[in-house]
Design a protein around this ligand. Structure first.
Ligand code: A3P
Length: 325
């Protein structure tokens, strides 16, 4: 086992040494690996470990997303849907633990981080595990298995860009000047952003969801905001926990929506004060996962010219895919 772990570390070091480097938005630079920009110590290393050691179970439920697309919200919703008969609203784990603790990132189980691979193996089923990795980089064992389910969420790129820029500036060390919006915009348009290019991340999951709709559910943040009741019902069905008519008429869906709402979660003590330990180096204040939670806020920061340029890039990249963002 130790030997296998050191093989993964060696593979990581060897791979890393050969990769092109791009500018990071927060602290670390990014590396270009198989078409995507990844942070070395968290994303690339996590990927090597997942490829080498992760064994999916048929009952696993995965959430995949690009950062700042609504991951935190969807984690809370899926956790609440799956566990709705176990907990009442008044003693719910989401009241005292952050969504990222209830529904952890798969790549935080890399040995040497705060959690270990062994902990992953002993988690009870169904395991709820999330990743920001693009579909094409996930191991075949995760993508080929027809039983486990994968939910993907995407969002208007302008809102993603602005949310990400504000978020990552908070993670920048104090001694560095903040990254300007102009610079973040240029990097985003070049595809140089965590797990980017954003459009390729989205397209990978979009195409796979069309080919395999039983396995991959493709959601949009905007739809969740517009019609949460319908989306949550669909989610429940998709992950094998459909709402009964009794539950529907008894207000169970509304209860979950209220529990997971921006207003409720962002005002909980745990989400105001606790810290998510993503890896040994990366710690994020839970409160930074809750900013505004609105559709279209990116337009309040970007100039008209930026909006038009980004819209044009996205239209060109998505041309012929049947997807609109
Ligand atoms: P904004 O910065 O636009 O407010 P992620 O969880 O993928 O990091 O995405 C974070 C974005 O989702 C932030 O967007 C955040 O405010 C928003 N968000 C977090 N919790 C939410 C909730 N319960 N409902 C709606 N939006 C939420």
């Amino acid at each position: 086992c130790d030997q296998q772990h050191s093989n993964s570390n060696e593979r990581y070091e060897e791979t890393l040494a050969k990769l092109p480097i791009g500018k990071g938005w927060a602290t670390e630079h990014l590396v270009h690996y198989q078409g995507f920009w990844l942070t070395p110590r968290t994303a690339l290393k996590g990927l090597m470990w997942i490829q080498d050691h992760f064994n999916p179970r048929a009952t696993d439920i995965f959430l995949a997303s690009s950062p700042k697309t609504g991951t935190t919200w969807l984690k809370a919703l899926i956790f609440a849907i799956v566990n709705r008969t176990r907990y009442g609203i008044s003693d719910h784990p989401l009241l005292t633990a952050g969504p990222h603790d209830c529904f952890p990132f798969l790549d935080t189980y890399v040995d040497g981080n705060n959690r270990s691979l062994h902990e992953l193996d002993v988690l009870p089923s169904p395991r709820l595990l999330s990743t920001h990795l693009p579909l094409g980089l996930l191991p075949n064992s995760m993508t080929d298995d027809q039983s486990c389910r994968l939910v993907y969420i995407c969002r208007d790129p302008k809102d993603v860009l602005v949310s990400k820029w504000l978020f990552l500036n908070k993670l920048r060390p104090r001694q560095l000047p903040p990254l300007s919006l102009e610079e973040a915009f240029e990097l985003f348009c070049q595809g140089v952003s965590h797990y980017g290019p954003y459009w390729n991340h989205v397209l990978g999951y979009w195409k796979a969801s069309l080919e395999n709709p039983e396995k991959i559910l493709f959601l949009k943040y905007e739809d969740l905001k517009k019609d949460p009741f319908v989306v949550v019902k669909r989610l429940g069905e998709f992950i094998g926990h459909p709402f009964s008519l009794e539950e529907e008429s008894g207000g169970v869906v509304e209860g979950i929506l209220k529990l997971c709402s921006f207003e409720n979660l962002s005002n909980l003590e745990v989400n105001k004060t606790s810290v998510l330990k993503y890896s040994r180096d990366i710690r994020v204040d839970n409160r930074d996962f809750f900013r505004k939670g609105e559709v279209g806020d990116g337009n309040n920061y970007l100039t008209e010219e930026m909006i038009q340029r980004l819209n044009a890039i996205i239209s060109e990249k998505l041309l012929g895919s049947g997807l609109e963002l």
